[in-house]
Design a protein around this ligand. Structure first.
Ligand code: BES
Ligand code: ZN
Length: 816
């Protein structure tokens, strides 16, 4: 369904008085909203999608309204300024969708819960649904007794309204963007914790309260940490964290009422180590938004990168301070939409600038991607390093204070950072966010001259010359750092003839480096003694060069030898991903197959399959990654590992995902049935994910198909659909069945993902996987079926497909 465009709206509304009568079981509501608009317009255009408008009055007089359902616009004639507008309307949850007010599984029962970002508020009540139209919302909800109602502010009163109904009243929110509105109705268990003036609650499905304890304790530490960092107190008296089983995203920062997908909030006592870090970081990310995003909001969606990148940076910095033992820096690089993914996506011609212009609502969700999160975050990190962390912090704090309860643009942050740093930074910062792509530096040593040259990095040949980037360059020469701003195309620096040089130590800069001749040799020799981030930078850059053709396979193999013995999650995971992709792509390149199997087997042997007493906390994450990779790469290993399935309830949670895949790959029909049963009875989302991913890795086409059929049957949780489909497409046993199935079901998946941007991600992942076997069919399908919500993903997927095709066609010469 098309949505109203975020075009100009001249009117302003400072407060909505909103009353909703909600039929919890039927998922319907009758609503009434009242406000006094300000502004010059003679007509008032409101955003309203999927609502039935019953009456509209202005100053008590009924008026003729026009509802443009295609554009989602409700137009009213306005007579006098300051008159009260009253609109009565009706709405209903849309089965299957995860935006607006929707129904979601919740223990044995259900929950009604809201997701408004980016454009869901207009599906709950008619409003000016744009980030620069901040308003207070004063909410009253009438619903059946025995239900709890949660919103942005703390419930003020609950009074019987006769006939088993209760009226819940909430004090007005602070002035805020409508995309931050929250309403949740249901029955909850809870954990409560006070942090100074702030009442923190974790609300869970009945019976799971205890699993909220870790998040509650973390949230208190995080709130205190940010109050100190920003120098501004959290402005509400309460903060609720809600576990929501069906969630279009991982979590959502509604002011005072943050929602999370279960697995990103709840931690069982035996949860995998990954779960704890993920919960902490997700909580930190969303709490950071309470200031950056909620208190100060981007003026238009074009600046959404700033919102998300900043929260991502804060999530990492605070985690580095408060949970260093869980290795948050690795996650900064490796997470979905982290820096590694950002480099990867930004190497494509179809990338977009960090600051991207969005014209239509269906485009908004599509830019919540690795560029807006990961690249933007890396650029902010680069600026932080350039200014120094304390000046950066002061700039941020000034910005937040200056624009509180209002809107700001990227330029406003640059200005505040410039003031704090004592020099303007826009000229240095803007090229990084306004230009697509990033540079690669070619480094060569000529006697005592280090010659650096920069160009745009690209995985497909044919990129033209582009203006150089202003690179805040840090280089390590024989262990001593040097800094300079590299603004031209070339730069010569004097160094000792025998120097070992590493550019970009700490992997702080958003650029790649290719070393020539002796520079590469010397660096390989010194690698073992350098910090893990430096080994990572090489592993990441040289892995990527295999796809761009900037370095040969033989260089990569030399690098692998130099990395032998390194068991850091960051390095091992990076290498494993590269080898996994290559091995999948080049099934008949023995050199690649051998290297991939050997690397993963050796690293896993070093970690061990079983936990060892006293091992570092992050080891479990490494074990999970390696076991999961090896079980996919190596069927013999899968057969061995499958035996552990019998131990499931006692099994180390870090090993469960790999064991489920092993059972599916090698267990035949009995294996499939085991996992299906497991999925049905799994109590935690972690287990459910292990089971449904396992099912995606079944050993025969018939079983893979049976797994896919669980999607329309409603057995696969909606939030897992994207991953499951992508996993079946990566599974060699799925080769013949996945694409024909998709041709019949993509329309339905599109419907389920409406408004969430997930279709774009899915198409991006799928196209190179399924397209390699049948490029023409896949291309012509998407020609005939353009999905507006997947335009970006399709473009990127097709480009990756072209890269893979080129590599595959040349593998005999390239990978010997
Ligand atoms: N604001 C986003 C959620 C969101 C994303 C809403 C896209 C609408 C469109 C939230 O702050 C977020 O970034 N969530 C992440 C998790 C976070 C820890 C990176 C997510 O959902 O993946
Ligand atoms: Zn966010």
């Amino acid at each position: 369904m098309p949505l109203a465009s975020p075009g100009p709206a001249s009117a302003e509304i400072s407060e909505y008085r909103l009353e909703l009568k909600v039929d919890f079981d039927a998922g319907r509501w009758l609503g009434r909203v009242e406000f006094e608009p300000r502004g010059p317009s003679r007509t008032l255009d409101l955003d309203s999608v999927g609502l039935e408008i019953r009456t509209a009055t202005v100053g008590g007089r009924a008026v003729d309204f026009r509802l443009d359902a295609t554009e989602g616009r409700l137009s009213l004639p306005i007579v006098g300024a300051g008159e009260t507008v009253t609109i009565e309307f009706a709405g209903a949850v849309h089965p299957g969708q995860l935006i607006g007010l929707y129904r979601c599984r919740h223990g044995e029962g259900h929950l009604l819960t809201a997701q408004c970002e980016p454009v869901g508020a207009r599906r709950i009540f008619p409003c000016l649904d744009r980030p620069d139209r901040k308003a207070r919302i004063r909410l009253r909800v009438r619903t059946a007794s025995g239900l709890e109602v949660v919103s942005n502010t703390r419930e003020e009163s609950a009074t019987a309204a006769g006939g088993d109904l209760v009226d819940h009243a909430f004090p007005p929110t602070p002035p805020m963007a409508t995309y931050l509105f929250y309403l949740g109705i249901g029955r909850f268990d809870r954990v409560e914790a006070e942090e100074g003036r702030v009442a923190v609650r974790v609300l869970t499905p009945p019976g799971r309260g205890a699993a909220g304890a870790y998040a509650a304790a973390s949230a208190r530490r995080i709130l205190a940490g940010f109050e100190e960092y920003f120098g501004i107190p959290y402005p509400l008296p309460k903060l609720d964290l809600l576990a929501v089983a069906d969630h279009a995203f991982g979590a959502m920062e509604n002011w005072g009422a943050i929602t999370f997908r279960d697995s990103r909030l709840l931690v069982e006592t035996d949860s995998e180590s990954f779960a704890r870090r993920d919960v902490f970081e997700t909580t930190a990310h969303e709490i950071a938004h309470q200031w950056f995003g909620n208190l100060v909001t981007m003026e238009t969606w074009d600046d959404v990168w700033l919102n998300e990148s900043f929260a991502s940076l804060m999530e990492t910095r605070l985690s580095q301070r408060l949970i260093p033992e869980l290795d948050p820096l690795s996650d900064y690089f490796l997470r979905v939409s982290g820096a590694l993914a950002a480099f990867d996506g930004d190497s494509l011609g179809s990338t977009h600038p960090v600051r991207a212009h969005v014209a239509r609502p269906e485009e908004i969700s599509q830019i919540f991607d690795e560029i807006s999160y990961g690249k933007g975050c890396a650029i902010l990190g680069m600026l932080e390093a350039y200014l120094g962390p304390e000046r950066f912090r002061r700039g941020v704090s000034t910005y937040l204070d200056r624009f509180r309860y209002a809107n700001a643009r990227t330029e406003d942050l640059w200005e505040a950072l410039g003031e704090a740093g004592g020099e303007p930074i826009a000229a240095m910062a803007n090229p990084w966010i306004d230009r697509p792509g990033h540079p690669v530096i070619d480094a060569a040593l000529d006697g005592a001259t280090l010659r650096l040259r920069q160009r745009r990095y690209s995985t497909l040949p044919g990129a033209g010359e582009e203006a150089p980037w202003p690179i805040p360059l840090v280089l390590d020469v024989d262990g001593a750092p040097r800094r300079t701003l590299f603004t031209g195309r070339e730069l010569d620096l004097e160094v000792p003839r025998s120097a070992t040089v590493h550019l970009n130590p700490g992997a702080v800069g958003f650029y790649r480096v290719r070393y020539e001749g002796v520079l590469f040799d010397r660096l390989l020799g010194a690698l073992a003694d350098r910090p893990v981030t430096d080994r990572f930078a090489l592993a990441s850059d040289y892995g990527s060069f295999l796809f761009s053709g900037d370095a040969p396979w033989s260089d990569y193999v030399r690098l692998l030898r130099a990395l032998e013995g390194a068991n850091d999650l960051l390095v091992v995971d990076t290498v494993t991903r590269t080898l996994q992709t290559l091995a999948w792509l080049l099934a008949d390149a023995p050199a690649v197959q051998d290297e991939a199997r050997r690397y993963v087997a050796e690293r896993l042997a070093a970690v061990g399959l079983r936990q060892r007493p006293g091992e570092a906390l992050g080891t479990g994450i490494l074990r999970e990654r390696l076991a999961s990779a090896r079980v996919r790469l190596d069927e013999g290993f899968a057969r061995e590992l499958a035996e552990l399935y019998a131990e499931w309830p006692r099994l180390d949670p870090d090993l469960r995902p790999a064991v489920a895949v092993a059972r599916a790959r090698t267990g035949g029909v009995a294996g499939w049935n085991d996992l299906r049963r497991g999925l049905r009875s799994s109590l935690t989302e972690g287990d459910a994910i292990a089971f449904d991913r396992g099912l995606a890795w079944s050993g025969t086409p018939e079983q893979v198909l049976a797994t896919l059929e669980l999607i329309p049957a409603g057995t696969i949780p909606r939030g897992h659909i994207g991953v499951i489909v992508a996993q079946t497409a990566a599974n060699p046993a799925g080769r013949t069945v996945v694409w024909p199935w998709l041709e019949r079901h993509l329309d339905g998946i599109d419907e389920t993902f409406r408004g969430s941007g997930q279709l774009s991600t899915l198409v991006e992942r799928l196209v190179p996987l399924v397209g390699l076997d049948r490029p023409r069919e896949v291309r012509s399908y998407f020609d005939a079926h353009p999905y507006p919500e997947a335009i970006r993903g399709l473009r990127k997927g097709l480009e990756r497909l072209a890269i893979y095709e080129r590599l595959r066609s040349r593998h005999a010469e390239l990978f010997r």
